[in-house]
Design a protein. Structure first.
Length: 351
């Protein structure tokens, strides 16, 4: 049922939201804050489902009606429900601009078309540009009837005080470790081989080719999914050329944003492996491992590693994630990181 998955990782948050729903005391705007962005997105989706479910229960949504299925749809990112709108950073500067917030405001002021409530979700709300945030204040101060606003942020202190004060804040606990994605297994195995390769250039570039190949395939898959969901082919013969151009730019930005999200998930998977290595070096409990299926390999490799090396490796992968967030040259940043992880002297600095 709705909130069951959230209750497994964020029981306090699930209880607060369920109690508010049961008492019909849902706030008009919430600020979800903490480091667990994936849990925040799960909570936002489950809340959107519950307020629009065709057959809600005391536990939440039914998960099976047409409304629930549309909100749960994976493509386009954010689902297919016309009354639930997500916005994310989509520009090259990784900001949420005023045009995105205006589009959201316009949607919120329309009556729900098929559901009971209009739901606006701003993921990574700390990326709101000042102009966009200020323009959105009016909607936060005087929300339209039958609307719900959800702001999700891992850095809420970067939001304007005026925005924070107009939302009911819900603090999320630390992100819980989840099962590794099966699709990332070849990348994990490549990194394990690299860490045990004693400064092998060949293994460094073999790992580089594996990760680059995976990311290239992901990018192509995302672009195809987003374009297919937009159904541009139906409009190309009849639509205004300027409208088509704007729509194509919007699709390109949406695909780029989704690619960055999945790329970050790949780097996070590798970061968890390096963290697991440190746990093994410190002779920690196997239950603490994220990649528990690699426990034997990690223990064996840990015997050849030092704590200093493990900490340096973690710093390298964190630097890579930061560089990718700042839109540095992706292949070069990845190449430099893998050469550092192999123990080789870095030939260049990613810029």
């Amino acid at each position: 049922m709705s909130f069951r998955s959230l209750a497994a990782s964020q029981p306090a948050v699930a209880a607060v939201l369920q109690r508010s729903l049961a008492n019909d005391r849902l706030a008009h705007a919430y600020l979800f804050a903490g480091d667990a962005l994936q849990d925040m997105e799960l909570a936002a989706r489950e809340l959107a489902k519950t307020v629009n479910c065709e057959s809600p229960t005391k536990q939440g949504s039914c998960d099976h009606c047409d409304s629930c299925r549309k909100i749960d749809a994976s493509t386009p990112p954010g689902g297919q429900h016309p009354d639930v709108q997500w916005i994310r950073p989509e520009s090259k500067s990784r900001r949420i601009d005023i045009e995105q917030t205006r589009e959201l405001e316009k949607s919120l002021h329309l009556k729900p078309s098929v559901g009971r409530m209009k739901v606006g979700i701003i993921a990574e709300a700390d990326r709101l540009g000042r102009e966009a945030a200020n323009s959105f204040l009016k909607t936060l101060e005087e929300p339209p009837d039958r609307s719900l606003l959800l702001l999700l942020s891992t850095a809420p202190e970067q939001l304007l005080e005026t925005v924070q004060s107009r939302c009911q804040r819900i603090q999320f606990g630390a992100a819980a470790a989840r099962e590794p994605e099966a699709a990332h297994a070849p990348l994990v195995d490549g990194l394990l081989a690299l860490l045990g390769g004693s400064g092998s250039v060949l293994k460094a570039y073999k790992s580089f080719d594996t990760i680059r190949g995976f990311l290239d395939a992901e990018k192509k898959r995302i672009e195809e999914q987003v374009e297919q969901s937009a159904q541009l082919d139906h409009y190309r013969q009849t639509a205004d050329s300027k409208w088509l151009e704007e729509k194509e730019k919007e699709i390109e930005a949406q695909a780029a944003a989704e690619y960055r999200r999945r790329r970050a998930a790949v780097v996070a998977t590798l970061e968890w492996l390096l963290r697991d290595m440190l746990v093994c070096i410190e002779d920690g409990d196997a239950a603490l491992l994220f990649h528990r299926d690699r426990c034997d390999a990690l223990r064996k490799l840990a015997a050849t590693q030092t704590r200093e090396r493990a900490l340096a490796n973690l710093e390298t992968i964190e630097t890579l994630q930061d560089q990718l967030e700042r839109n540095v040259n992706e292949p070069l940043a990845l190449e430099v990181a893998l050469l550092r992880l192999s123990g080789l002297t870095t030939p260049a600095t990613a810029t």
